[in-house]
Design a protein around this ligand. Sequence first.
Ligand code: BTN
Length: 326
Amino acid sequence: MSNSIRKKLVNALLSASDDEYLSGQNLADVLGCSRTAVWKHIEDLRKLGYEVEAVKKKGYRIIRKPNQLSEEEILFGLRTSFIGRNIIHYETVDSTQIEAKKFARNQAPEGTLVIAEEQTQGRGRMAREWHSSKKKGIWMSLIIRPKLPLEKAPQFTLLTAIAVAKAIEEVTQLRPEIKWPNDILLDGKKVTGILTEVQGEPDHINYLVIGIGINVNHTQDDFPEDVRDIATSLSIQANNSVSRVALIQSIMQYFEEYYQLYVEQGFVPLKQIWEKYAISIGKEIIARTVSGNIYGKAIGITDEGVLKLADNQGNIQLIYSADIDI
Ligand code: BTN
């Protein structure tokens, strides 16, 4: 079955409501083929993991979808105008971040989403390994091209964090917290990491590649031993499996909404949303920076998204980049 037939067939079947059947003739018309060919295509769809019910005189309907991030399922029902509308999907890839940077260099359109079921060289901040096991999580990188000076790039980490936090809340009803700048926590454990990489000149950004890693349907045993105590997944916290497709769609929608808000009104309205999720503010923290550790109380972020820390001498320090221990 060709890709375009598969997309048309899945789209047609998905567009039917839950208990609605699509007749063989109806599908034959959509695909421009015979009813016998429809039957063969349905067989191929089953081989891809779709459970399709066929009832005489009624037709076909999907009763279970495979645990697969297909382009058509993500696009189906995605309410964005440009974020996530161009999807590049891999079964296995070294890192979506590496691939997305190649696409960005080759003029991929703004909003392009590179996504993988599995990464063999997933990387986090400070070049740390990012464990990305097959079909358990969301491993994706988004390309954007904001018309802004380079110094604004770190704000997109915070923008992304609130888009992901909102989406997690919407899809799972859990209440995530954000640890500046880029960790999303549930029950004090890390569920999401964000890695923002930028290419540009001092006065303008050429592109940003925003890598997002979310532990979705992991059990505690799925994590490697070194992070087992500090990592968690949505399904562990929700006590239920979570739809990766629904979560991606929600993230794309919130991201586009906040991006537009940012373009129209700047960072301040996003800062207000960010603060509602912030975990570190008001707490004694250690900021581990490249030039050493700074101890003090996190008192907030500036209108630019930079962390403000009151150190033990009472001085206000601005932290642009650090790992935070609470
Ligand atoms: C961190 O918390 O250190 C950031 C983790 C970012 C991981 C994501 S998964 C998708 C994308 N591809 C990568 O190799 N890394 C990012």
